[in-house]
Design a protein around this ligand. Structure first.
Ligand SMILES: [Zn+2]
Length: 475
């Protein structure tokens, strides 16, 4: 920003709020924030920051400004659906950026619509199609672009193909064998593209951790087999998992859950500490996706009368019910299994707290639009879950702001409320550091410098509701 902030017709001044800039600094009361075009041109005490002549002034005394939120693990709906549905829900919820974890051609088209201003939506980072082993966990889902990679040769083909398809990073999945995995990492490194995704069941976690994979997603198995004093037996058990053709994913989750339960009996906190130290040293990030685990571990948590169902397709409660029973619970859980999952969920939270304490970079991600998850809304659940795990509200906020920006190499452009950063902001009615649930009390959202006030926010929600209900939304 070199031009003078004087007399710009596109200047917006936000006056009087407390700014929580997400750098780690304490909140600053009574600030004036000047946005010119897409950029934060000034932020500081209201007594010191002049309001540019001709600026639109927003009196937001008593409000709280935080950076726009990023959901680092999403699967936005398929390309045949109306993209305004999820785009509206993200923006209405203050989610101004997302990392798409499963690349599809339609997502690239949607990103172009957003970037060119034809669609109001979040900034997108888009994965390659899933690269998985044989049989792939999603191979029984029709029309899913999964690339099966069983050999180094296939890996060397799959990586450049993904790059040609426009992928920002390579997504690796749970069933990759060691040779294919290593070849994917080597080929990606050679071509300068990052790799992120699941841990592979078929190789030692510590090797993966130090292989160059940049983020690990979900807590299926997670660090636990490696953190057990019985590591060799448990990692061998992970490697031996065989899925059934009826429900690859469902049978996989069931077997992983048993190994998790087994691993907890021989959990070694000394080993866990050393793994976390190595995660920090390798500078890998972890996206625990606690929101999806909450649904899997405690399936009663989401109810058909949840008010957010109005933004989802009419059959959603039934389809979630079906998925919960047949996929996540493998046809139903015994009382004993249900109890185990409740305990496992407590362990997931405790593990996330330990990661944070050790200095592991945590990313807030939900896995929406999977079962039990509502695009945009669920990121606020994830923040709440991170705090219930033991993070401070500020740390939780950073997992959705500063940390994603750093992870994506955009820390000079985004992620904090500072001079020169892109103007992605959420203005809240109440203090999120007081109670993280206050991130839901959204007064306004600023996306790429564009002010989305309460009336427009309500319109976005109405559009999403109409599209979910099968009516064509209004442009
Ligand atoms: Zn996912």
């Amino acid at each position: 920003m070199s031009h003078s902030p004087v007399r710009s017709p596109r200047a917006q001044a936000y006056v009087g709020a407390s700014v929580i800039d997400a750098t780690g600094a304490p909140p600053r009361p009574d600030q004036t924030l000047v946005v010119i075009d897409r950029t934060i041109a000034a932020v500081g005490p209201s007594s010191q920051v002049p309001i540019p002549h001709g600026a639109t002034v927003h009196d937001i005394r008593g409000k709280y400004v935080i950076p726009g939120l990023t959901d680092m693990h999403v699967h936005s709906e398929s390309e045949t659906d109306d993209p305004r549905h999820f785009a509206s829900l993200y923006i209405a919820n203050g989610v101004t950026a997302v990392r798409e974890m499963w690349g599809r051609p339609g997502l690239h088209r949607i990103r172009r619509m957003i970037d060119s201003g034809r669609l109001l939506g979040p900034r997108m980072t888009i994965a390659s199609p899933l690269l998985d082993g044989e049989p792939a966990l999603w191979s029984d889902v029709p029309e899913s672009p999964v690339v099966t990679v069983s050999s180094p040769e296939q890996a060397r083909r799959a990586v450049p193909q993904a790059i040609d398809g426009g992928a920002d990073f390579i997504k690796v999945y749970s069933r990759l064998g060691p040779e294919a995995y290593r070849a994917i990492l080597a080929e990606s490194q050679r071509r300068g593209i990052a790799v992120a995704g699941h841990r592979s069941d078929r190789m030692p976690f510590l090797e993966q951790l130090e292989s160059g994979q940049r983020s690990f997603e979900h807590m299926f198995g997670g660090i636990w087999p490696a953190a057990s004093s019985d590591v060799d037996r448990l990692e061998a058990a992970m490697a031996r998992i065989q899925t059934t053709p009826q429900f690859h994913l469902g049978s996989w989750i069931q077997q992983v859950s048993r190994i998790e339960w087994d691993a907890l009996a021989s959990h070694s906190s000394t080993r866990a500490t050393s793994i976390l130290e190595r995660m920090v040293a390798a500078d890998v990030a972890y996206t625990p996706t606690l929101a999806v685990h909450a649904f899997i571990d405690r399936p009663g948590a989401i109810r058909a009368d949840d008010p957010r169902m109005q933004y989802m397709a009419p059959g959603t409660p039934d389809s979630w019910d079906f998925l919960r029973t047949h996929i996540y619970c493998g046809g139903g859980r015994s009382k004993e299994e249900a109890d185990q999952h409740r305990d496992l969920n407590r362990w997931r939270l405790a593990t996330v707290a330990a990661m944070d304490e050790a200095g592991v970079r945590l990313l807030a991600g939900t896995d929406s639009v999977g079962p039990g998850l509502f695009p945009g809304f669920s990121l606020h659940d994830e923040l709440e879950l991170l705090v219930s795990a033991g993070l401070t509200p500020l740390r939780a906020l950073q997992c959705a702001t500063l940390e994603p920006a750093r992870f994506l190499g955009r820390e000079q452009q985004a992620g904090t409320v500072e001079h020169g950063r892109v103007a992605d902001l959420v203005i809240l009615d109440a203090d999120p550091l007081d109670d993280i649930r206050n991130t839901r009390s959204i007064h306004a959202v600023v996306v790429d410098g564009r002010h989305v006030g309460q009336a427009e926010r309500q319109e976005l929600l109405a559009t999403a509701r109409r599209i979910a209900g099968g009516e064509p939304g209004e442009v």
